[in-house]
Design a binder for this molecule. Structure first.
Ligand code: HEM
Length: 262
């Protein structure tokens, strides 16, 4: 059917900015490559755990930005600012609740995703580097939990940090210096809180964002691995392919309708 002049005009209006972008950045081709890349046909729910972890991290990032608009990182005001968020700010209780519970969800999903990768053997060649990037993400994720726990600056937060700091400072080789750097003074106080806040909302999330970028780049570059029981899994080439289903006679030796079969 010939296209009407109006339709051509609308198509031109839509395609012009896309062509403009594509010519200068290659982003349209890149998006097409990302969306239509090969993916194992026998993937299942377990393959969604990485994306679930990513979603949990993004929820933490968004709710964290909102909390940072009201939180005050000094020992005299930290607890009361959190009380203010919970009791006075519109939907503050929800945003704080999402961030607090979301932290546990993020860590649990992180471990589930890692368990899936381990049990499927998806860390093996050529994905070892992505496993290493994942381990750094895991460490940074737990570091987020540790630094965030101090921020309400109540009794639980304070004493949990004392315990965590003692564990750190007693670590081998670098433990002592790491403890000193983290604490920022002879005792846990205002400098520690400011330090933890900076690490919690700037340094660690920035590093996590960058590493997730690298992680996903490697996932796209190497492709997602098939489950170990899959016929497509690496190393399964020796498995005999199933014989094709017998074809209908009419398909193999077609005859004109109504004529007797030879
Ligand atoms: C913030 C944390 C993380 C995010 C957002 C994340 C995200 C993802 C996503 C979206 C995928 C592709 C889909 C899938 O296999 O689920 C993936 C694959 C992978 N991840 Fe993670 N991941 C994280 C942490 C980890 C950790 C802690 C490890 C291991 C120590 C890890 C190791 C891997 C490996 C080896 C693959 C490739 C799996 C395959 O090709 O089948 N990741 N990740």
């Amino acid at each position: 059917m010939p296209k009407s002049a109006r339709r051509k005009q609308i198509e031109g209006m839509v395609l012009y900015p896309l062509d403009w972008l594509e010519e200068r950045s290659g982003i349209v081709g890149g998006t097409r490559y990302f969306l239509f890349r090969k993916f194992p046909a026998d993937s299942g729910w377990a393959h969604t755990l990485g994306s679930a972890t990513l979603t949990a991290f993004l929820v933490q990032a968004v709710t964290g930005v909102i909390l940072a608009m009201y939180y005050k990182p000094d020992p005299d005001n930290a607890y009361s600012s959190i009380q203010h968020i919970t009791n006075d700010v519109t939907f503050g209780w929800l945003v704080r609740g999402m961030h607090r519970w979301g932290a546990s969800v993020f860590i649990i999903l992180l471990f589930f995703h890692m368990a899936r990768v381990f049990l499927y053997g998806a860390y093996k060649y050529p994905r070892e580097l992505n496993w290493i990037v994942g381990v750094i993400l895991l460490i940074l994720g737990m570091f987020e939990g540790f630094t965030g726990y101090l921020l309400p600056y109540d009794e639980t937060a304070y004493w949990a940090t004392v315990v965590g700091m003692n564990i750190t400072a007693n670590g081998p080789f670098v433990g002592g210096i790491l403890g000193q750097i983290l604490q920022g003074g002879p005792a846990i106080g205002s400098d520690t809180l400011a330090r933890f806040y900076s690490l919690h909302m700037l340094v660690a999330p920035g590093a996590i964002f960058a590493l997730i970028g690298l992680h996903l780049y490697l996932v796209i570059r190497l492709g997602v691995s098939s489950p170990p029981w899959s016929k497509e899994a690496a190393g399964a080439e020796h498995i005999e392919p199933e014989p094709p289903a017998p074809a209908r006679a009419g398909l193999v030796s077609p005859t004109t309708r109504g004529r007797p079969q030879p």
